[in-house]
Design a protein around this ligand. Structure first.
Ligand code: SAH
Ligand code: SF4
Ligand code: F3S
Length: 498
């Protein structure tokens, strides 16, 4: 597949146009244009220009944001910054924000507020806000009005501009706002990445979301869907394998829409290509939408040795009326049939989901349909959320008519049922031997190592730190709702590069 290459300067002009045309709704849709790719290169004068200075990035939100933070850390390190061990010691503090629910936003406001006195003590300090909140106009207005300590605000579409924005911030006292209203169909390749882990890595494959579920802010903060060129994805995965990574997670809001814009490749094809990369033992992906989860995709997952037996398949609700008002493209029946197909093709697959309770108008009966769906599907785990109205989304205009008391009660009932099911499912693993990719020392107990099964279950066990990065076999002895405990039996496959 050929790439249409453009320069970073041309990209900057497109971004500037997007800012100037923010209110113009008649721009051609992105799908009418061809994808263009720009190759990142840091201007020479910015390389190592910040030697001796320290940065700290605070990340909120999904894996996509975590990975964007790795890219921004890569840019900062190329500028000469090192990572501060404590936020208070940093010369540059960056908030990579999430807008998906109100509490995600409240945390950021609290933390940014806390920095006001720190900035007074250290006026040379630069504070930045980026990520999904920055894409929202009311957020930018609030920063302008109430948070004079903030120096730089940029969005999800111009992450690569961070070095120049820091340079500008040093030269001016005014806060700089550079948020591109919507990304052009342009991807910036070749950005440096300072990955947080050494064994597993995230790899972007698909940006944006075209689904417009009525509750969700993501399509507004991440723009329209764009797929990375498959050869760029495969090249990145090959590079990761060479540097010792053994597991990758392919990232997108709707990974199974991958390739719709490119037209010559789909997600199943990409999985197959990535599955052929030597040295990568485990391939995961998130998030896959129940819609467009094709038979071909199920078959590819079933037959690709390295693709793990875990699918995160957000259902959101078990009631068709609620699903319709959420603008989810699936019905309860379609979803259950899909789960049957997945389970019959991929034995022992683990399924997890996302559920929202208290969506406007959700009745007790409709909520009971969700509990019933949980009983029937029996997920391995579920992320459960109280509906949070997001300004600018269709649902936010509907009356949020369910009291917080009822919402909390539904959430508790849902969690109680799911915890019981998760525990029952985990109990089936007691006494079994499972393959674990060792990720590191346990975050909760320094005497234990932790890693995950292919089905994404967290396992703790005792062992030497030299097991980190290795595939080992662990016998499960003790089972809890969220974790498994076991003992190391043998090393299955020591890492090639360690
Ligand atoms: N692209 C993914 C979801 C990304 S957002 C998908 O469609 O599956 C992660 C989860 O946050 C969603 O699945 C949903 O359960 C939850 N969520 C999104 N908007 C929300 C809102 N306004 N209130 C509460 N939960 C929300
Ligand atoms: Fe949000 Fe729906 Fe897109 Fe997921 S598919 S990111 S829930 S709009
Ligand atoms: Fe949050 Fe943006 Fe991810 S809103 S969930 S950080 S795409």
């Amino acid at each position: 597949m050929s790439k249409d290459l453009i320069s970073l300067d041309e990209l900057m002009k497109l971004g500037q146009d997007a800012m100037d045309n923010a209110g113009n709704k008649h721009r051609p849709s992105m799908q009418e244009k061809d994808l263009q790719v720009a190759t990142y290169q840091m201007p020479i004068h910015l390389k190592d220009s910040m030697q001796g200075k320290q940065y700290s990035i605070l990340t909120y939100g999904c894996q996509m944001n975590e990975h964007d933070s790795e890219i921004m850390a890569g840019l900062l390190q190329e500028m000469g910054y090192t990572q501060a061990s404590d936020v208070d010691e940093a010369d540059f503090i960056l908030f990579n924000t999430c807008a998906v629910r109100e509490n995600a936003e409240s945390k950021v406001w609290g933390e940014v507020g806390r920095l006001k006195p720190l900035k007074r003590l250290n006026p040379g300090m630069i504070i930045g806000i980026c990520g999904c909140m920055a894409q929202e106009e009311p957020v930018r207005q609030r920063i302008q009005a109430k948070y004079p300590q903030v120096d730089i605000v940029f969005g999800t579409h111009n992450v690569h501009r961070l070095p120049e924005l820091i340079e500008q911030a040093q030269q001016t006292k005014e806060a700089i706002f550079e948020v591109w209203e919507e990304a052009q169909p342009v991807l910036v390749e070749n950005m440096p990445k300072a990955r947080m882990e050494g064994t597993k890595a995230w790899v972007n494959i698909h940006y944006g979301c075209n689904k417009f579920c009525t509750y969700c802010i993501v399509p507004y903060t991440r723009g329209r869907e764009r797929s990375r060129i498959p050869s760029d994805v495969v090249a990145e995965v090959e590079e990761l394998a060479k540097t010792g990574f053994r597991e990758i997670t392919l990232l997108g809001q709707n990974v199974n829409d991958y390739g719709l814009d490119l037209k010559t490749v789909d997600f199943a094809d990409l999985l197959e290509q990535v599955n052929r990369v030597d040295g990568i033992d485990r391939i995961r992906f998130t998030t896959s939408n129940p819609w467009n989860f094709t038979d071909k995709l199920i078959d590819t997952i079933a037959h690709s040795k390295n693709v793990c037996e875990h699918i995160h398949l957000p259902v959101q609700s078990g009631n068709n009326d609620v699903l319709k008002r959420m603008n989810r493209s699936h019905t309860r029946e379609y979803y259950m049939e899909l789960v049957d197909k997945i389970r019959s093709s991929i034995p022992d697959v683990a399924l997890t989901t996302d559920i929202i309770v208290g969506f406007p108008g959700e009745t007790e009966e409709q909520f009971l349909d969700t509990l019933d769906l949980l009983q029937r599907i029996r997920y391995d785990g579920a992320y459960t959320f109280i509906y949070s109205p997001r300004k600018g989304t269709p649902a936010a205009k509907w009356e949020d008519n369910i009291t917080m008391e009822v919402k909390k009660d539904r959430l508790n009932r849902l969690m109680e049922l799911q915890n019981q099911i998760s525990l029952e499912k985990n109990l089936r693993l007691q006494g079994k031997v499972v393959e674990v990719l060792v990720e590191g020392v346990s975050k909760t107990n320094p005497d234990m190592l932790s890693g995950r099964t292919r089905t994404n279950k967290l396992v703790h066990f005792k062992g030497s730190e030299k097991r980190i990065g290795q595939l080992v076999m662990v016998e499960i002895a003790d089972v809890q709702t969220w974790t498994l405990k076991g003992s190391l039996l043998e090393v299955k496959d020591a890492a090639p590069n360690r």
